[in-house]
Design a binder for this molecule. Structure first.
Ligand SMILES: Cc1cc2nc3c(=O)[nH]c(=O)nc-3n(C[C@H](O)[C@H](O)[C@H](O)COP(=O)(O)OP(=O)(O)OC[C@H]3O[C@@H](n4cnc5c(N)ncnc54)[C@H](O)[C@@H]3O)c2cc1C
Length: 387
């Protein structure tokens, strides 16, 4: 099978790096060890113990591309040699205040300028809550009225969204808007819709993210598509399963409402695959950025593309994976001529620790993902006769 080729999959890893990755995933696969590591890290940071070099040589190296844009660009070039594109994200989580939102705006704008200058980069990304208040997005999402001060702050957020999408349009850089929790997502959907209507007249520049673990998202895609026909704009969709399942279900239970999340993994998978089919049947208007490490979903996309005789490098179809994960998908798809892109988080080590902890948690909790990584690395070590 295409995605099982470990020689391609680990083409950029030396024997030493491969052994290190094996060791790391082995630790991450153990919940007790991961929790112990997290506690030790928090304590060491509080006591100002010099441990960042350990983080740098382990999880940081595995899941982040560098501390600065320039440092990360070395990784971008390496990946590009194997036909893998990159999109960079300054993964430092700011504070919830206007200064921090303005700073994030500056970072996103300069990342657009950076991408525009480099022919080997196409996309950029941002998280809505990096430029807008969660509390205000929540109020708008539930149709609550805003007071005068909140209205003024919301206008400022809209202006930040607009500045980003305007520059992206001017510089021809595609921009992915991350999806967040359902209780703030209605407002984000509305804002991104208005950006698509304005800036996606010629092609999809602005992409919204659709989390298919939500049972209402297929309808969302259909309504958005109808709207795009009526109002003559193009749609960009980053299709993902969704990252906040525990938080979503917990909140729904606590507040006694129907959880927006599908009631089983199988239903999420079905919903994701239905989303894929719907988009690929309407490719004249919708572009697909599929953000998944699920191999069945990848094969499903390839099958539909083959059946519909869609070119492998059709500019409207992209496969995205996170840096440090599922390299078998990345490099095997790239070697077959598909459009593949890695999400490259970067930032000062100490500042990206929350991102790294989330990666470790996700790999610990996502059944199958870590054991698949371990199996593949073991196979490749055996193939190289270094185990
Ligand atoms: C490039 C990229 C960009 C991303 N951007 C975003 C983003 O903007 N917003 C966001 O929320 N996430 C984002 N994600 C994360 C994504 O939503 C998933 O959490 C992650 O990719 C794991 O899902 P999977 O499809 O790769 O694989 P799988 O391992 O097949 O699926 C795991 C996912 O299935 C769902 N699931 C698991 N158990 C159940 C259950 N019992 N019932 C219902 N559903 C279940 C959950 O969504 C879980 O994350 C992104 C991922 C990638 C690769």
């Amino acid at each position: 099978m295409l995605l099982d080729n470990t020689k391609n999959g680990f083409t950029l890893k030396s024997d030493f790096e491969l052994r290190k990755a094996y060791f790391l995933f082995k630790i991450i696969s153990n919940k007790t060890l991961t929790n112990l590591g997290k506690t030790a890290l928090e304590v060491a940071l509080k006591l100002r113990l010099p441990i960042l070099f350990i983080v740098k040589g382990t999880v940081f190296e595995q899941f982040c591309s560098g501390e600065t844009l320039d440092e990360s660009f070395d990784t971008v070039k390496k990946l590009n040699k194997k036909n893998v594109k990159s999109y960079l994200h300054y993964s430092v989580e700011g504070l919830e205040n206007e200064d921090s939102y303005d700073l994030s705006l500056k970072q996103v704008l300069s990342s657009i300028e950076f991408v525009a200058e480099k022919p080997i980069l196409d996309f950029t990304v941002f998280k809505p809550t990096a430029i807008a208040s969660t509390q205000i997005l929540k109020k708008v999402s539930s149709n609550k009225s805003l007071d005068k001060q909140e209205k003024m702050l919301f206008e400022k957020s809209l202006d930040r969204f607009n500045k980003i999408c305007l520059l992206a349009h001017e510089k021809n850089v595609r921009v992915l808007v991350d999806a967040e929790e359902s209780w703030i997502q209605n407002a984000i959907d509305e804002i991104v819709l208005s950006m698509m209507m304005k800036y996606n007249k010629e092609k999809a520049i602005v992409f919204n993210t659709s989390q298919m673990y939500r049972h209402d998202r297929l309808n969302y895609l259909k309504t958005l598509h109808d709207n795009s026909i009526k109002n003559n704009f193009f749609v960009g969709i980053k299709l993902v399963r969704g990252a906040y399942i525990e938080k979503e279900n917990r909140r729904a239970r606590r507040n006694n409402y129907l959880s927006p999340i599908c009631s089983s993994k199988e239903l999420t998978d079905q919903n994701f695959n239905n989303g894929v089919s719907y988009i690929l049947s309407n490719l004249d208007r919708i572009s697909l950025f599929s953000g998944t490490h699920n191999e069945e979903s990848i094969y499903k996309i390839i099958n539909i593309m083959d059946t519909k005789k869609i070119n492998r490098d059709d500019p409207k179809i992209w496969f995205g994976q996170l840096y440090g994960m599922s390299d078998n998908i990345t490099f095997n798809l790239a070697s077959e001529g598909f459009n593949v892109i890695k999400y490259l988080p970067y930032g000062p080590i100490k500042e990206v620790i929350p991102y790294l902890i989330r990666r470790a948690d996700e790999n610990t909790s996502v059944k199958g993902q870590t054991s698949r990584e371990l199996d593949l690395i073991r196979t490749e070590l055996k193939r190289r006769s270094v185990i």
